[in-house]
Design a protein around this ligand. Structure first.
Ligand code: AHG
Ligand code: MN
Ligand code: MN
Length: 345
């Protein structure tokens, strides 16, 4: 699939403004919110490019809420997004994978009607070795948009189907921004010489079936039986050439999902014997990615339930995940049903 499918020369700002004008009730507040957010992403794209030159790689002394050592770039990305978003008057609260509780809007600024949740730096283990990393975000409307008081935990714990928009930036060989507001998925590529994200792929559609699976196989001894049998099946040769599948696993969800959007196949982070809810976080990682994957015509499930239908109970909650091409994900679900939830090991 070519990585460019449009002849339109259009920036993300213009694209979002045009989408907004489709809604007569739109006040432009959402477009301004996105403008602030893309500023943060542009700053981060620059900082990631300079990471080898400046002193922001490596560990900090801190441990985050998940017990992981915080990398300096994680913390930096968290700070940049906060500084771009705290004063615009569009948000009433934020939450981040790198912050324990809610991130409140400082008292001196107005509380708006939107909620921003984000994973400031996805793929931390790849930062120091110059492998693709990213930023994931998701936007909700607060439960009562007429309020001007600070947003609450409940505003942040809305099910994924309530997302107004979601996206990710991938800092790869180029920086790309993949974005949906429920009207399909568009890909923008950052041109550093003009400082703009330009539309490069309009309404991307994930292939109905792929030939790639993406999972940390080092955990296979701990997987549910169904996942192990499924992967064994993918590796068997089929007479029609549809198998064996190839394995691709970057270890940065943004990069693994980005490839899956273009080439199809399945991305998995199953529950296992030591992580009964898998590793990935529902609010910051799974919901935005599930929204994007579904909007591109794919499927995203925990194995039991559509990810977007889950009611989050806490900010940092984890859930198992299987997402990608419809036929691949449905085939995996059949294996889970046939073999049940039992674990090996
Ligand atoms: P983060 O860097 O935000 O903590 O996320 C890392 C996640 C995700 O990007 C990736 O898919 C997964 O962790 C990789 O986990 P394993 O190293 O366990 O495979
Ligand atoms: Mn992450
Ligand atoms: Mn992260």
């Amino acid at each position: 699939m070519p990585l460019l499918n449009t002849s339109k020369l259009i920036t993300i700002e213009r694209h979002i403004t045009e989408e907004g004008s489709l809604h007569p009730e739109s006040t432009g507040e959402f477009s301004r919110l996105l403008r602030d957010l893309t500023l943060a992403l542009r700053v981060l794209a620059r900082d990631v490019r300079r990471a080898g030159l400046s002193d922001i790689l490596g560990m900090t002394e801190a441990t985050n809420v998940h017990g992981e050592v915080v990398k300096r770039l994680d913390q930096h990305a968290n700070d940049v997004i906060f500084r771009a978003m705290d004063h615009g008057g569009h948000l009433c609260v934020m939450a981040s994978e790198e912050s324990d509780g809610l991130i409140r809007i400082p008292d001196e600024y107005r509380n708006g009607k939107y909620v921003l949740v984000f994973d400031p730096l996805d793929g931390s283990s790849n930062i120091d070795v110059n492998v693709s990393i990213g930023t994931i975000f998701s936007i909700y409307k607060r439960l009562d948009p007429s309020l001007t008081t600070p947003g609450t935990l409940e505003d942040c714990l809305q099910p994924g189907y309530e997302q107004v928009a979601a996206g990710y930036a991938m800092y790869g060989s180029s920086t790309q921004l993949v974005y949906t507001s429920g009207n399909g998925v568009d890909v923008f590529t950052f041109d550093p010489t003009i400082g703009e994200f330009l539309l490069t792929f309009e309404k991307i559609r994930i292939p109905k079936r792929g030939k790639i699976y993406s999972v940390n196989s080092g955990n296979s001894h701990k997987w549910p039986k169904g996942v192990r049998e499924y992967v064994t099946h993918l590796l068997q040769k089929a007479p029609d050439g549809s198998r064996p599948y190839s394995l691709r696993y970057v270890g940065t969800m943004v990069a693994d999902i980005h490839r899956t959007l273009h080439y199809g196949g399945i991305f998995m982070y199953p529950a296992d014997t030591t992580s009964p809810n898998g590793k990935l976080r529902l609010v910051y990682e799974l919901n935005p990615m599930a929204f994007i994957v579904e909007q591109a015509g794919g499927r995203a499930t925990t194995g039991k339930q559509r990810i977007l239908d889950l009611q989050p109970e806490s900010l940092h909650q984890r859930a198992p995940c299987y997402m990608g091409s419809v036929d691949d994900v449905q085939e995996l679900e059949r294996y889970l049903t046939d073999y049940g939830d039992e674990f090996y090991g």
